[in-house]
Design a protein. Structure first.
Length: 256
């Protein structure tokens, strides 16, 4: 503990002594320390990773989340991020109030654990709504509540319960983005996502060649820049560009 003195630890801090009384009036000016304007808008975002997939695909999911977090403004609290996985049961890897800066959040992504099991997506969505988007866990009442759900399964353990859970989440003000990896049937993820699907549901095909993907992404974004990433490995390229697409829609939809 620091003190306002230099020699003897038993000496009390410097203090004002009594002054001679005069008839001259004095004015005391108090300088207030600068204050930070509190935020009135922001985005609270939870990444949901389906761990009932292969270790390889789970690694792709973590790469996707890492790339998204890397491009988010966390230090100024425009974004708060949380992470959870689900298989047999949902597991909160990090709540919204855990990370205060981007570097610690990125380290948190690397620590997300792979826990395979059944695809109980309904339990996971209910868990996020009931236990993660809460004031105690860092949810801000003025911020938009967003979920990015990543899966590689066409169907969960019970699609109707999953759809009910998604509906309840939307009723609570949570918007659901979904990312489906190598899906053969997108029926369930289409209904789980918020709508319109063109903004909220994104399908990733790791067998798509870079040139085809580059042309299609450039058409969506109008960036004229995707060929800059042409020589990156195929899956890394797809994950990186898909991050840009989803972040573009988040910024457009929730610019306040």
């Amino acid at each position: 503990m620091s003190h306002c003195f230099s020699v003897d630890d038993n000496v009390e801090p410097w203090r004002t002594r009594p002054k001679r009384t005069t008839t001259t009036s004095t004015t005391t000016t108090t300088t207030k320390p600068p204050t930070t304007t509190p935020r009135t808008s922001g985005k609270d975002l939870i990444f949901m990773l389906d761990s009932s997939v292969t270790p390889e695909i789970f690694g792709w999911m973590k790469t996707y989340v890492y790339n998204m977090v890397k491009n988010m403004s966390i230090d100024n609290e425009e974004y708060r991020v949380g992470f959870m996985t689900f298989g047999n049961n949902p597991t909160a890897e990090a709540h919204l109030n855990r990370y205060k800066d981007k570097e610690s959040a990125l380290r948190g992504v690397n620590r997300i654990r792979y826990t395979p099991g059944r695809t109980n997506t309904d339990r996971a969505i209910d868990y996020v709504r009931q236990y993660m988007f809460t004031t105690y866990r860092g949810d801000r009442d003025f911020a938009r509540n967003l979920v990015v759900l990543l899966t590689a399964n066409d169907q969960s353990a019970d699609r109707y319960r999953t759809w009910e859970a998604a509906e309840n989440a939307e009723k609570s003000g949570i918007n659901l983005y979904t990312v489906g990896i190598n899906l053969r049937d997108s029926t369930e993820i289409d209904e789980t996502s918020s709508h319109p699907l063109s903004e909220y549901r994104h399908l990733l095909n790791t067998n798509m060649n870079n040139r085809t993907l580059s042309d299609s992404i450039d058409g969506i974004l109008g960036l004229g820049m995707t060929t800059h990433f042409f020589f990156i490995s195929n899956v890394t390229f797809i994950l990186f560009m898909l991050c840009i697409i989803v972040q573009k829609f988040i910024l457009i939809s929730f610019s306040g």
